[in-house]
Design a protein around this ligand. Structure first.
Ligand code: NAI
Length: 779
């Protein structure tokens, strides 16, 4: 081809990156990869093969670690952990910094190995995966340095089991390992079976950076190895992968008292309003759905385009699709590389082939004859219930529909069981910033897409999992307060045969939707004082009452849209009204428990003040991300929270759990102290006179053990907290797997409700989700 011809056609020639050094690196390891434990390579066996999906060639043999090998890695991590923590924040900061430097020095090797192993275009591994992973270690070196001054009283969990997927092998490794180490934990990480090689390079970098043996351990293998790691004696689990496996891990860890973070699938909407810069929005889509062949958990895989511009937009989009270059991932000019494995290619193909709706448009581009390639595809005109609109395809397939109004866009966008990310394009800042808070997603990108940074929290809501990665918010998942609480003994109710109180019988009811309601089942139980006196009767709520209360909580969703100022006013009013009846409540507490109730009432009033104070102060942050723009980490309410209130502190326990939740804009269904429920039922009148809108606080009485499974299994409940003195954590955590609701349970451990353990950040964190809204700026 002559130069003139090149100028005429503007065709790129191939510009392949050499695989020589990377292949030599693998060869030098004997073509094998396997566990890295206690600073050394373990047994290397070719139990599994790692192949290059672009060519089908074998890259290396991989050890599938057995449960015994996993346990040995956990032991090594356990042994190394105290030393790693005691070395201090600065020592850890220096080593994280050294890892970042080491990765920088090996950045080309890392990029090429990643591309060979995964099939992603070298442009992406070189310019996105590797730099972001390096930035993660630099950023966390800083967080480690600041940890002692910024998070006093917080300590690491211990040994973290971490399981990662194959779509961003090195980047996900960085997201997991950097915060864990910064916080003083040690780790056992399992890479995905298709893509373990960059973790091997990383292990070598760790050894060179001076990471002490046992601090970073890597076990290779498949799902069985992953399950063995979940079953091992670890103190925390962090998982990224499919929702199905995430659910299994939730069930497997139920009741074990180990914190869990899950970053799962998504079906993220990509909304184009009619005033958007359409050309930029088309270019954004290339990044949203064709980046990494669409194998991205937060891929903008569901296009929603406003009717008036739909045709024009589809025209531009299909024109752009036809110019995408699909082929050899090592070629620097390639836009779309190979899908990770024939298994994944089959899954994509079968899903798309099973569809009979809409119009399928495949990019009209030359496709490689061999290897795992799938053409960029657009499917328009699908109904909202089509499986392709609802299920994660995890391939380069974009599905689309149109909308008329912003309200309809929001409704369509939220019509999914997932809630990971959302993208919206509009030149109207009012519209964009008005719609962003209404989208059910952990991350919202405005006029851009797939932006990530170590400082900006990332993670989902609903069935996209829970927990955040990145920034202080992500680091928090690797820390716990420095307290070793004693076990809480189940608090039994008093019994007796005392005479009914004189005067008119006052039988309490339930409190649902702002009204006192009779229980569905028509059962109640007597409440006795310590000396057997009959104090009254309370209803025994059943499943139907739980369902009614949840419905009422949902009907009150306007509360989540109120201002912090308004919520503060109502909480102060509650405090005022409780204070006015302090003597009466103190007497009631004394009658029920035998102990003087004055201090508990006083503490409850104070706690209401604290929560009122926080209502308009638990703010988000603007993160300094390296682009011209802002990443706003906003605090949003979780939604409807079910609560099993502390038994031992009948009034203060209820106030300490309900008040922070409503202060943050949640609605609650609270089950009162089981043995001492009368302080809660007395509170109805205080709630009624304090302007708390109907349905914001619903109170049930009855058996914690009976009501917990209904609350935890209810698909319209977004979170369950349990501070019951009966340890119900296993059942709650297991049942929560259905819609992957958040849980916060005390595993039958004692908590001092009158002191700092009864309030503060932990409550506010549990009552909020962080939504990161990215707003780039500049003309
Ligand atoms: P996966 O969820 O099975 O694999 C992710 C990781 O979990 C791998 O390291 C795997 O070995 C491990 N694993 C598998 N079963 C396990 C178990 N029972 N216990 C512990 N660890 C286990 O994902 P897979 O099969 O590779 O992909 C299937 C689908 O999952 C994809 O088509 C995609 O829809 C989704 N996916 C989503 C990801 C995301 O980032 N949200 C990442 C990878 C897959």
């Amino acid at each position: 081809m002559t130069i003139k011809e090149i100028f005429d056609s503007m065709e790129y020639g191939p510009a392949p990156e050499s695989a020589k050094e990377a292949l030599a690196w693998i060869e030098a390891k004997g073509g094998m990869a396997g566990p890295f434990v206690n600073g050394k390579w373990g047994s290397l066996r070719a139990d599994i093969e790692s192949r290059n999906p672009a060519t089908g060639e074998r890259l290396a043999g991989l050890t599938k670690c057995t449960a015994a090998e996993v346990d040995a890695a956990v032991k090594a991590a356990r042994k190394a952990q105290p030393g790693w923590w005691k070395a201090g924040a600065h020592a850890r900061a220096r080593i994280l910094y050294a890892i970042a430097r080491g990765m920088q020095k090996q950045s080309r090797l890392l990029a090429v190995i990643e591309t060979l192993d995964n099939g992603k275009p070298i442009r992406e591994s070189r310019d996105i995966d590797v730099p972001l992973a390096i930035r993660h270690f630099y950023h966390h070196a800083g967080l480690a340095q600041l940890l002692e001054s910024e998070r006093p009283g917080m300590v690491p969990h211990g040994v973290c089991g971490q399981i990662i997927p194959w779509n961003f092998p090195l980047l996900m490794l960085a997201w997991k390992i950097a915060p864990a180490l910064a916080a003083g934990n040690t780790v056992v990480l399992k890479p995905a079976e298709y893509t373990s090689l960059s973790a091997m390079v990383f292990a070598e970098i760790c050894a060179e950076a001076g990471v002490p043996p046992g601090v970073v351990n890597i076990v290779t293998g498949d799902g069985e190895t992953g399950a063995a790691l979940v079953a091992a004696e670890v103190d925390k689990i962090a998982f990224t992968g499919s929702t199905e496996v995430g659910r299994r891990i939730r069930e497997a860890t139920a009741g074990r008292g180990i914190p869990l973070t899950l970053e799962l699938g998504g079906k993220s909407p990509y909304i184009v309003f009619d005033d958007a810069d359409l050309d930029s929005a088309v270019e954004g889509l290339v990044d949203a759905i064709w980046f990494n062949q669409g194998q991205v958990c937060c891929a903008g895989s569901r296009l929603l385009v406003q009717e008036g511009v739909a045709e024009r937009f589809y025209d531009k989009l299909t024109t752009r699709m036809d110019r995408l270059r699909v082929g050899d991932p090592l070629d620097k000019c390639i836009d779309v590389g190979a899908v990770v494995d024939p298994v994944q290619l089959r899954a994509i193909t079968e899903m798309v082939d099973a569809n009979t709706e809409g119009e399928v448009r495949r990019a009209n581009v030359p496709m490689p004859a061999n290897g795992c390639y799938y053409p960029p595809t657009l499917i328009t005109g699908l109904s909202t219930s089509s499986p392709l609109m609802q299920e994660e395809i995890f391939g380069p397939v974009l599905v689309s529909t149109t909308f008329r109004t912003p309200d309809e866009a929001v409704e369509l966008a939220n019509n999914t069981r997932y809630g990971l990310a959302a993208t919206l394009w509009s030149e109207n800042v009012n519209l964009a910033l008005g719609v962003a808070p209404r989208l059910k997603a952990g991350v919202v990108w405005v006029n851009g897409t797939n932006m990530f940074d170590a400082a900006a929290p990332f993670g989902g809501i609903r069935e996209s999992g829970f927990g955040r990665e990145g920034g202080w918010e992500g680091l928090g998942a690797y820390l716990r307060p420095d307290r070793r609480p004693s076990r809480l003994k189940p608090v039994a109710p008093y019994t007796g045969e005392g005479a009914p109180p004189a005067g008119i019988d006052r039988t309490a009811k339930l409190y649902i939707g702002g009204k006192q309601a009779r229980p569905d089942g028509g059962y109640s139980r007597a409440v006795h004082g310590p000396k057997g006196a009959l104090l009254g009767h309370v209803p025994l709520a059943n499943r139907k009452d739980v369902r009614n209360a949840v419905e009422a909580a949902h009907a009150a969703k306007g509360w989540s849209g109120t201002t912090g100022h308004l919520r503060a006013q109502i909480l102060y009013y509650l405090a005022e009204n409780l204070s006015a009846r302090a003597d009466e409540f103190a007497r009631r507490l004394k009658d029920m428990t035998g102990a003087s109730g004055e201090a508990e009432v006083e503490a409850s009033v104070r706690r209401l003040f604290t929560c009122a104070a926080w209502a308009d102060k638990f703010d988000g942050e603007a993160k300094g991300v390296p682009l011209r723009g802002l990443a706003l980490a906003l605090r949003e309410p979780v939604g409807a929270i079910g609560m099993l209130c502390p038994d031992e502190a009948p009034l203060l326990g209820l106030v300490s759990t309900v008040a922070p939740a409503i202060a943050m804009g949640n609605r609650v269904v609270a089950v009162a102290s089981e043995p001492f429920p009368l302080a809660a039922t007395d509170l109805y009148q205080v709630l009624e006179t304090s302007d708390v809108p109907a349905g914001v606080v619903n109170i049930l009485t009855g058996s914690h053990a009976e009501l917990a499974p209904t609350l935890a299994g209810h698909l319209e409940v977004d979170a369950v907290w349990s501070f019951s003195s009966t340890d119900l954590s296993a059942g709650i955590e297991k049942a929560s797997a259905g819609n992957l609701k958040r849980t916060w349970v005390d595993y039958g451990r004692a908590r001092d409700w009158s002191g700092p353990e009864g309030e503060g950040r932990a409550f506010l964190d549990a009552a909020t989700e962080v939504k990161t809204v990215w707003v780039p700026y500049g003309e």
